[in-house]
Design a protein around this ligand. Structure first.
Ligand SMILES: [Zn+2]
Length: 156
């Protein structure tokens, strides 16, 4: 039988986890503010907002869905997509409600929390690196590879 952990150790671990999540939120805040600005029309047009607590999902995030969001995603300059994450904000198509899609986008939220404001540059750099190695800018981007790996950890 294993001894129970000291309650102060458990509390410290929990406090550390909360501090790390808070640091990630602050570090990615400029991106999240940009994301909020982008989803504002979606919310004004009657969209919905769902809060994903970091304690349950590893990273806190807000998921926004709505007709205007569907339009935005369908007409994205890089091509139509089901969802996208900007900082801690996820814009998701109303029809795309799979756990795998959410896991994919939450991995991008975690990446933004780690890289902060330089995440978009790091993402572009990873695409350039993939291209230089003879790969494809999206499928071989290391951030996308990690997000697809996060998807595979779940089953719908
Ligand atoms: Zn992705």
């Amino acid at each position: 039988m294993q001894p129970l952990p000291d309650k102060s150790v458990v509390r410290a671990g929990s406090l550390l986890a909360r501090l790390l999540r808070l640091t990630g939120v602050l570090w990615a805040l400029p991106l999240s503010l940009l994301g909020l600005l982008l989803v504002l029309p979606v919310l004004v047009a009657g969209g919905s907002l769902q809060r994903l607590p970091g304690k349950l999902f590893g990273v806190p995030a807000l998921v926004v869905r709505g007709r205007a969001g569907d339009f935005l995603l369908a007409h994205h300059p890089f091509g139509a997509m089901h969802a996208m994450a900007i900082g801690h904000i996820i814009i998701a198509n109303r029809a795309a409600r799979s756990h795998r899609l959410l896991a994919h986008e939450l991995e991008h939220v975690a990446q933004a929390a780690r890289w902060g404001v330089v995440f978009p540059l790091a993402y572009l750099g990873a695409s350039a690196w993939a291209l230089l190695r003879g790969g494809e800018v999206y499928w071989d981007n290391g951030f996308e590879v990690a997000a697809r790996k996060a998807e595979r950890r779940l089953r719908d």
